[in-house]
Ligand binder design. Sequence first.
Ligand code: NAP
Length: 265
Amino acid sequence: MTSLPAPSWIVGCGKMAGAMVEGWRRAGVDLSEITAIRPSGTPVEGVRTVTSLPPGNPAFVLLGVKPQKLDEVAPELAKRLNSNTILVSILAGVELASLRHRFPAAGHILRAMPNLPVSEGRGIVAIFDGQSHDARSVTDDLFAPLGNVVRTESEADLAAIGSLAGAGPAYVARFIAALAKAGVDRGLDPALADQLALGTVLGTATMAAARGESMASIARRVASPNGTTEAGLVILDAELDRLVGQTLQAASRRGAELADAARIE
Ligand SMILES: NC(=O)c1ccc[n+]([C@@H]2O[C@H](COP(=O)([O-])OP(=O)(O)OC[C@H]3O[C@@H](n4cnc5c(N)ncnc54)[C@H](OP(=O)(O)O)[C@@H]3O)[C@@H](O)[C@H]2O)c1
């Protein structure tokens, strides 16, 4: 059974770190060594939850606060870390150098960019470890049950992955909602439209993954020349690339602002 190093702390266990805990729990990972730290004390299913750092020194830390809260938690946390500690930060934007500056004693610092479907073991976890391979066996075991683990060679790539995969579930959710709303506008019952929109996206993604088929090929197989789908694609294609491009650009810009804010000159 995979287990986390003892003791493990999750400092900030809200939506994203909470989804990782859920993914581990579903995969049968032993959570007995985890303590979740969150000021509200809101329980995290399957793990001991406390409102402030417990006594002692953690072997593993998952840092899951908002980037804006980093300087609130860093001074106290930094004092508890030593050369045996592996610290994994999921903070969007905040660079390895900024983390190293705040946690000078930590043995290993890695950045991970997960996305929410890790809760179902269907997420993406991108990892940047600054070429330090030492902590890999621990983190590989930990992230594998959460979905697709991708290693990146640069923080620029990690930022791009964050704008695509980290933020992506929100964009996909909006598309599914828009599909359903357009169905309602065509006279469908709202509950049925929701079911059809979700089922269509899920079915298409499952089929593409199972067959290894390109999106262009799928679109071609649905849209016959001068048919109904093609009439729709004329409208969608006119705007979609530009819109999605600008969406990821805006997310990247915000990531760069967060990186700047955390940088210590
Ligand atoms: N949401 C996503 O899809 C996603 C994807 C990729 C990366 N991320 C990254 O994940 C991080 C967390 O995002 P989130 O969406 O999970 O936010 P969130 O739900 O607001 O979670 C933040 C957590 O930090 C805790 N916290 C706040 N102040 C703290 C303190 N002083 N000490 C310890 N814990 C503290 C909060 O505690 P309470 O619960 O008690 O309020 C909460 O559990 C961010 O850095 C974000 O960039 C998020």
